[in-house]
Design a protein around this ligand. Structure first.
Ligand SMILES: [Zn+2]
Ligand SMILES: [Zn+2]
Length: 421
């Protein structure tokens, strides 16, 4: 915020009231954003969200348009929606016209500045909110700085991201009961499991980071899931899949996923009508998601996808072998440097070797992925069983990340205990 005297000078120069200018120059208030909760487009339906009490004063704030807020932080009254009446002009013009209409209806002296004004620093909710945002931004930065890897499953992304973010921030800096009505929703039950790894683990990970950690993770998972003595995560994936199957001995699902071109969409089906040649039920989708993420994924890919992945893997054999991360299996027809002479008949043609701490980190992170994805999928299936549509879920996405610390690495897995109401 610039100094008050300078601000008054500018206000005078522009013939603008001081309140508007102070808001313009104030630091913007928003939730601390991160890769898994990027800035949300406010009001996707192009409506104007406003506060009736503010409108009486001829005032509107960008804060009113934050979808995670339910009430005006200055007046603590519920925010209202107004939909553009005109179809002409760009969205921006339509929104401006709508806002101008709200103001001229509500404010007796609009567009002039009246005598009536309010000091937003004196508003209790606003003062608390700006304070809380400052504290959670700091806490969340400490919690997520120097992230080297993040796991986010695509299928659960972008739905309720703001609500989940508020819930996680509430776990870091609790929102007092009195302030809860300000928010659209405050989810309880969020918490994080934390595993620490020593400096040697950080060294081993950084030695291979030039190969791309995301790609190494997926190569590791694909290869390790196929080994004769599979690691913990592969056994976990199998038992999750078995548990799903035991809950679903005969399909009575009311939804089916249909493949339409490149996209999928869900259709309502009668529970007596299974099987359908062109539809997959939610349980089969859940099983497929687990296989794809942490199971024998090559088996559930289409032929074309499988071929692409196999070729991508072959292309990397040589460099991975050079770094001692893999070895070729005896039945792979390969040169000592890891170059294949012919397309292997048995997949995968390599075994994961890795290094001790790298393997420990990869294993732990993948085990977290299995359990997080499984909880999300079970919540999703629960929601569907309760009558929700498969695209209108409330399940939280699996969210795991790995950060570097002074003395090693820290693996963080977020989870949410849901109360069934
Ligand atoms: Zn207000
Ligand atoms: Zn089913």
């Amino acid at each position: 915020m610039p100094d008050p005297a300078r601000l008054a000078e500018v206000a005078d120069l522009l013939d603008e009231d001081l309140l508007t200018l102070r808001e313009t120059f104030a630091l913007s208030i928003d939730l601390p954003r991160s890769p898994e909760a990027p800035t949300r487009k406010v009001n996707p339906d192009k409506a104007v969200r406003y506060c009736e009490d503010c409108a009486v004063l001829g005032y509107h704030s960008y804060l009113h348009e934050h979808t995670w807020l339910a009430r005006c932080p200055f007046h603590a009254v519920p925010l209202k929606f107004a939909y553009p009446q005109t179809q002409t002009g760009t969205n921006y013009v339509r929104r401006c016209k709508t806002l101008a209409q709200i103001m001229s209806d509500a404010c007796p002296y609009w567009p002039g500045a009246g005598q009536q004004t309010f000091e937003f620093d004196n508003c209790e909710s606003f003062a608390w909110l700006s304070n809380w945002i400052a504290r959670v931004s700091k806490a969340s930065a400490l919690f997520s700085k120097r992230r080297v890897w993040t796991s986010v499953e695509q299928i659960f992304q972008n739905i309720g991201a703001d609500t989940h973010l508020v819930g996680r921030l509430h776990a870091l800096e609790p929102i007092p009961f009195k302030m809860r009505p300000l928010f659209d929703e405050v989810q309880d039950g969020w918490g994080a499991d934390i595993q620490r790894f020593p400096l040697q683990a950080r060294r081993e990970l950084s030695e291979v980071s030039d190969l791309g950690l995301d790609s190494l993770f997926s190569i590791y998972k694909t290869i390790a899931a196929y080994t004769a003595t599979p690691p913990g995560f592969a056994r976990d994936t199998d038992s999750c899949i078995q548990a799903l199957q035991s809950h679903h001995s005969a399909c009575r699902c009311e939804w089916g996923r249909e493949k339409a071109g490149w996209a999928n969409h869900w259709v309502r089906v009668h529970p007596d009508d299974w099987p359908h040649w062109n539809l997959v039920c939610p349980y089969a989708v859940a099983r497929e998601q687990l296989e794809l993420a942490t199971g024998r994924r090559l088996e559930v890919l289409t032929r074309r996808q499988r071929e692409a992945e196999e070729i991508a893997l072959i292309m990397r054999c040589h460099s991975l072998m050079e770094r001692g991360l893999i070895s070729m299996t005896p039945c792979a027809n390969a040169s000592p440097e890891g170059r294949l002479y012919s397309m292997p008949q048995i997949w995968p043609p390599m075994e994961w070797v890795g290094t001790p701490w790298l393997n420990a980190v990869l294993d732990a992170a993948t085990e977290c992925e299995v359990s997080a994805l499984n909880s999300s999928l079970c919540e999703w299936l629960d929601d569907i069983a309760q009558g929700n549509s498969p695209v209108q879920f409330t399940a939280a996405p699996p969210l795991i990340w790995l950060s570097e610390t002074e003395d090693g690495l820290v693996l963080i897995k977020w989870h949410r205990r849901r109360k069934r109401g």
